[in-house]
Design a protein around this ligand. Structure first.
Ligand SMILES: Cc1cc2nc3c(=O)[nH]c(=O)nc-3n(C[C@H](O)[C@H](O)[C@H](O)COP(=O)(O)O)c2cc1C
Length: 364
C-alpha cells in the first residue's frame, strides 16, 4: 500500500490544482482518421486515465504541413476541434485535467504525408534512418529548407492551434520541443545550418522556437503553457545533436523561465531507452535555472519518483508506457496492484482494441 506516498497527494502548480503528481506522458497512438480527427473512443481512452493529476495528449499537428506520421490527430479544422471537445468533456467529467501537445514534425516526415511534396526543416539535412508511413517503413528524405519569409506563417499556425485548443476545452497546452521535431531542429546546431537570423549563434537558433512560445503564451497566458525538451535524446540517430548541449539547453531554459512558463517537461536521458545524463547535461542544473515547475520523465517508477521528490529534483513525474495497459495506473500505484503490459503491436494504429479496452482493477 502506498496510499500515503507524497507523489499521490494533491498538489498545486501555478494556478492549477492537480489530484496528484503523476502526469500521463504524451503518447502517439495513431487512431485518428486520415483527416486527423480523433475517433469517438478517444474520449473513453483519455477519461479512463483521468486519475492522473494531469494528462498530456498525444502529439497533435498544428497544421497539415506539420504532419509526420499517418493517423495522427490535428487541431486546425473544426471537425478536429469538435472531436477534441468530446475528449476534454469526458476527462473533465471524471475531474481530470488535460493539456494538448502542439506538434510540427519538420523533417521527421515523408512526402507520402504531403501528396509527394517535401517535408520542411530549418536546413536541408536528411535525418538518419527510416520513418513509419501508411504502408510500412520508408527511408527519410532530404527536407526543403524553410525560407525566412515562411516562418511567420508557421508561428500563426501555432497561434491558431493554441486558440483552437482553448475552444476545444483544454486546460492548457504543451509545446512539443523534444525528440528532434521542428522546434528542436532549430535549436540544435547539427540540424540548423542557417546563415540568416534564425541560425548560427545560439541566440539565433533559439529565435524561432521562442517566437512560437510567445505566440502560444499570447493566447493562453504563460501559466497555462508548458514545454517539452529532450536534451540528451539523439533521435533519430545515435550521435549527439549538439556540439555543446548544456550551453544550448541552459540558454533555452533561461529564456523559457524569463517568459514565465508553467513547466518544463524534461525527458531525462534517451527517450524510452536510458536515463543516463550524457553529453555534459545536468538535469538538476536545468531544473535550477527554471522558475516554474519541473516535470521529470523517462522510466519513472513510484519509488524513483519518491526518491527524486525527496531530493527536491522534480515537482511532477510523467509516466508513458505503463498508462497504455493500466487505465487506472494511479489507483494501482496506490494499492500496489500488479501492472499489465501492452504488447507493442497495440502501440500505434488499429482501433479500440489494445487502446480503450484495457480493464481497470477488478475488470472495472
Ligand atoms: C507509444 C508511444 C508514443 C509516444 N508518443 C509521444 C508523443 O506523441 N509525444 C512525446 O512528446 N513523446 C511521446 N512518446 C515518449 C513518451 O512521452 C515518454 O517520453 C517515453 O515513453 C518515456 O517515458 P516512460 O518510460 O514512462 O514510457 C511516446 C512513447 C511511446 C511509448
Amino acid at each position: 500500500m502506498h496510499a500515503n506516498s507524497p507523489i499521490l497527494q494533491p498538489v498545486t502548480i501555478g494556478g492549477l490544482s492537480l489530484k496528484n503528481r503523476i502526469v500521463m506522458a504524451p503518447m502517439t497512438r495513431s487512431r485518428s482518421d486520415d483527416a486527423g480527427v480523433p475517433p469517438e473512443y478517444a474520449a473513453a481512452y483519455y477519461a479512463q486515465r483521468a486519475g492522473a493529476g494531469l494528462i498530456v495528449t498525444e502529439a497533435t499537428n498544428i497544421s497539415a504541413q506539420g504532419r509526420g506520421y499517418p493517423r495522427t490527430p490535428g487541431i486546425w479544422t473544426e471537425e478536429q476541434v469538435a472531436a477534441w471537445r468530446r475528449v476534454t468533456d469526458a476527462v473533465h467529467e471524471r475531474d481530470g485535467k488535460i493539456f494538448l501537445q502542439l506538434w510540427h514534425t519538420g523533417r521527421m516526415s515523408h512526402p507520402d504525408l504531403h501528396n509527394g511534396g517535401l517535408p520542411v526543416a530549418p536546413s536541408a539535412i536528411k535525418p538518419e534512418g527510416q520513418i513509419r508511413v501508411h504502408d510500412g517503413m520508408k527511408d527519410f528524405v532530404t527536407p526543403r529548407a524553410l525560407d525566412a519569409s515562411e516562418l511567420p506563417g508557421i508561428v500563426d499556425d501555432y497561434r491558431r492551434a493554441a486558440e483552437n485548443a482553448r475552444r476545444a476545452g483544454f486546460d492548457g497546452v504543451e509545446v512539443h520541443a523534444a525528440n528532434n521535431y521542428l522546434l528542436e531542429q532549430f535549436v540544435r546546431d547539427s540540424t540548423n545550418h542557417r546563415s540568416d537570423e534564425y541560425g548560427g549563434s545560439l541566440e539565433n537558433r533559439l529565435r524561432f522556437p521562442l517566437e512560437v512560445v510567445r505566440a502560444v503564451v499570447d493566447v493562453w497566458g504563460a501559466d497555462r503553457v508548458g514545454i517539452r525538451i529532450s536534451p540528451v535524446t539523439t533521435a533519430p540517430g545515435n550521435t549527439p545533436l549538439d556540439s555543446n548541449t548544456m550551453a544550448t539547453f541552459g540558454a533555452f531554459v533561461d529564456a523559457l523561465s524569463a517568459l514565465g512558463l508553467l513547466y518544463i517537461h524534461d525527458i531525462e536521458g534517451v527517450t524510452q531507452l536510458s536515463r543516463e545524463a550524457t553529453d555534459g547535461i545536468s538535469f538538476t542544473a536545468l531544473r535550477e535555472r527554471f522558475n516554474g515547475a519541473y516535470i521529470a520523465n523517462n522510466q519513472y517508477t513510484l519509488a524513483l519518483a519518491e526518491q527524486t521528490l525527496a531530493a527536491g529534483d522534480a515537482d511532477l513525474f510523467s509516466i508513458g508506457r505503463p498508462f497504455i495497459a493500466n487505465p487506472d495506473l494511479v489507483e494501482r500505484l496506490r494499492t500496489g496492484a500488479p501492472l499489465a503490459e501492452a504488447p507493442k503491436e497495440y502501440w500505434y494504429g488499429g482501433d479500440a482494441t489494445g487502446y480503450s479496452d484495457w480493464p481497470g482493477l477488478n475488470g472495472r
